[in-house]
Design a protein around this ligand. Structure first.
Ligand code: ADP
Ligand code: MG
Length: 735
């Protein structure tokens, strides 16, 4: 080994693949088409699997019925049409004189892929065709191309790594392996930003060893520890970026110290209060019910943040029906106690209007001092800002926000409009935040200071009822503090969920709707989801409503709510449903999030398998919002096992966090992280669930490294430049 300083990953990022011995223009272009332009990109393409040559099956040992992977060379290829007109490619492969036939149906391109001389791994079941052993449509990994290869096969160890071969780019796994091997050899020892002391408790091998172990293991037992280290590095870089981002925010923050006191949270419903008490105190004393323990605990986190010098940046996760709104209202009153305004943003007009109605109802008795009015005091002013608010009203709300006569503004993304100004914006609450893009969240926050005459950063509370497994939250929202509402208000009973398949079960479902309505309660019927077409969906809802009103639910007041209705119509229908003038609301998913009508005790979901698990849980959460027993019926026959699994999971559990875990296991984390996957090797090896300990370790190490700001941080900053764009880097790393 030379004495040259160990090489940094960032340096490898500066070496173009065309500097490798066997990469000419054509191969460089092929690599480029796979998103690989430099040596760093190359060595972070990881093997899909490995063949252990010592355990390889010889063709002579194969018997009919075996499922086997055979490594062999193509000696003959021919293609013809069967009598049914299918294309059949017939390939003969051999090893050491022994050969078998492999046939492919309807894969004409195999003739071009499996040229004579190609060495490949064939994985499949050995069948019998007229007394001959034969494989049909096996899985194929081309390992060495027809033209032979510059790479010396004799030098490769017992274990061969198989890379995601790119048929399109025309590179074989063998070539990829060769480029990677050359890269690692020429790079020499790699700089390890982690010291022994940092690695040991996490059982991480050294970086150079990890890269060799994953690409060129001598033995398969080297792979797992190598993967562990490299997976850790993925999490670590991510957590470090989040920690640095957070540090920046804190350094540049102009936070507000809201006059919020934890003691005020202990006021129970019905307690005696006086006019001198804080709004929070007065509100809690006069409210219909007391805080749950979980609400009390979460509000303590919130009060701590709001009273502190840094802007709050908190995610509140709470299962459907856990009472997030009350937490938000209390926090907004905390801001108002310091004479500051709040924004409450919801993803739909239906939900924004519901918040307006309930806030006005719940805050009706409260007065605030205001020198601008003759009496010296007035009621709390809550106003609405959505796309449908007319220009004149809208202007009045804007004026009120600018002058300070409006205390709370509730709305949809219409709140993001550029002409909004506040006299003194203290708090932003985003409800059902998973329905907003990340950009919308940061837009509101970043603009808060400029929009407010006070020139301070408002606090931010984002709420979500779509529980995300803890690990996913750490990756997706690592820059937020997290509080969890893990308790439902007292007296709630688990929703009784039935998957109604047989006619008698379906009849029982509609009977239940009639019984509940007869007992003074209300029901939802959710119409099937129609992918990509609101109009067709609306039409089917209209028809379903008519059908139900004529048949199953004859004699009941059946209302309709769908996305194509005008806002005013929607509002009327919701009001009638709330008031009990409508017994049954036939609706599309417009009611998915947030809608709160406690008297509703049955929900029937048609073609339930069309919805995702999280969405089903959200829909079900429209009932079970009171002490009454509630029921959920799932209708429809899933066309596949996935659909069945979702319905069974929903029947089996009422717990959103548990379901979120099931969902993650079923869909894989790609979908969940999909929204944020960005560019270069984000999380290629790391798995949220299996590698939870690594993620936790990475977060802790990142936090302490940023806090201590030592030399290893400088080294990591250099590496992080590979993962963030230049603007971001300037922002994160400026000193
Ligand atoms: P979500 O967390 O789904 O937004 P909501 O805030 O809409 O839940 O609350 C669900 C229902 O529970 C509402 O009807 C609300 O009035 C009621 N609720 C909230 N907090 C409490 C409490 N502490 N005690 C009793 N009922 C409560
Ligand atoms: Mg809600």
């Amino acid at each position: 080994m030379s004495d040259a300083p160990a090489r940094r990953l960032r340096q490898l990022g500066d070496v173009s693949v065309s500097q490798l011995r066997h990469v000419g223009e054509k191969r460089a272009a092929a690599l480029e088409s796979m998103g690989i332009s430099n040596v760093f990109d190359l060595i972070t393409i990881y093997p899909r699997r490995y063949i252990d040559r010592t355990r390889q099956v010889d063709l002579s040992d194969l018997s009919v019925g075996d499922e086997a992977a055979v490594f062999a060379e193509v000696t003959k290829v021919a293609s013809r049409r069967t009598r049914q007109g299918k294309v059949m490619v017939e390939v003969t492969v051999s090893d050491d004189g022994e050969s078998i036939k492999i046939v492919f149906f309807n894969q004409a391109w195999r003739e071009r892929q499996l040229l004579v001389g190609v060495q490949a791994l064939f994985f499949g079941k050995v069948g019998d065709y007229r007394g001959q052993r034969q494989m049909t449509n096996p899985v194929v990994d081309v390992i060495v191309g027809a033209a032979g290869d510059e790479r010396d096969a004799s030098k490769v160890g017992r274990v061969v790594a198989i890379y995601p071969a790119s048929g399109k780019a025309g590179l074989t796994s063998w070539e990829m392996g060769g480029f990677i091997e050359e890269s690692l050899r020429r790079a020499g020892p790699l700089f390890d930003p982690l010291s022994d002391v940092q690695r040991e408790p996490l059982e991480l091998v050294e970086r150079t060893r990890a890269f060799w172990g994953i690409h060129l293991p001598e033995d398969l037992s080297e792979v797992a520890p190598a993967r562990r280290r490299l997976a850790f590095d993925e999490f670590f870089r991510l957590q470090l970026i989040l920690a640095l981002r957070r540090r920046r925010l804190e350094e540049s923050a102009a936070g507000i110290r809201h006059p919020m006191e934890v003691a005020d949270l202990d006021v129970a419903s019905g307690a005696l209060v006086s006019r001198e008490d804080s709004l929070v105190r007065r509100f809690l004393a006069e409210h219909r019910f007391s805080l749950t323990r979980a609400q009390r605990r979460v509000l303590e986190d919130v009060a701590g943040d709001m009273a502190g010098p840094l802007p709050m940046h908190r995610l509140l996760q709470g299962d459907v029906g856990s009472g997030k709104t009350l937490v938000a209202v209390t926090a907004m009153l905390g801001a108002l106690d310091g004479k500051r305004q709040s924004v409450l943003m919801a993803p739909t007009e239906v939900l924004a209007e519901q918040h307006l109605v309930s806030l006005r109802r719940d805050l009706a008795g409260l007065v605030v001092a205001d020198d601008a009015v003759l009496a010296g005091e007035r009621g709390v002013s809550v106003q609405l800002l959505t796309g449908r608010v007319r220009a004149k009203e809208r202007q009045a709300v804007l004026n009120g926000l600018a002058s300070g006569s409006v205390d709370i503004v509730v709305g949809t993304h219409a709140l993001l409009s550029d002409d909004l100004r506040f006299r003194s914006l203290g708090l932003i609450v985003i409800d059902e935040q998973h329905r907003f893009g990340v950009e919308q969240r940061s837009h509101l926050r970043d603009q808060g200071r400029e929009r407010s005459d006070e020139g301070a950063d408002p606090d931010l509370l984002v709420m979500t009822a779509t529980p995300i497994p803890r690990t996913a939250a750490m990756v997706l929202f690592g820059d937020l503090d997290v509080s969890v509402l893990d308790e439902l208000p007292a007296g709630r009973r688990p929703i009784d969920t039935t998957w109604a398949r047989e006619d008698n079960e379906i009849n029982a479902c509609w009977q239940r709707v009639r019984d509940e309505v007869a007992a003074g309660r209300r029901a939802y019927v959710i119409c099937p989801l129609v992918e990509g077409s609101d109009r067709v969906e609306a039409t089917s809802a209209v028809e379903e409503r008519t059908r139900l009103a004529l048949h199953e639910l004859r004699g009941l007041a059946v209302g309709l709510l769908h996305g194509q209705m005008k806002s005013g119509e929607k509002e009327d229908v919701m009001n009638q449903f709330r008031a009990g003038e409508i017994d049954v609301l036939v609706a599309t998913v417009v009611i998915e999030v947030g809608v709160d009508v406690p008297e509703a005790s049955v929900i029937v979901i048609e073609d339930a398998w069309r919805f995702g698990l999280a969405q089903l849980h959200q829909l079900r959460g429209r009932v079970g919002r009171s002490e009454f027993q509630s029921y959920c019926y799932l209708l429809g026959t899933p066309p596949n096992e996935d659909g069945e699994a979702r319905l069974n999971a929903l029947v089996a559990s009422n717990d959103g966090f548990e379901l979120a875990d099931v969902d993650l296991a079923m869909r894989g984390e790609g979908t969940l992280l999909g929204a944020r996957q960005q560019g270069r090797s984000d999380l290629r090896l790391a798995k949220l669930k299996e590698d939870e300990d690594l993620l936790v370790g990475a977060q802790q190490l990142a936090a302490s490294m940023v806090e201590e700001n030592d030399d290893s941080l400088a080294a990591m900053e250099d590496e992080l430049r590979l993962f963030v764009d230049d603007d971001d880097a300037t922002y994160l790393f400026k000193s």
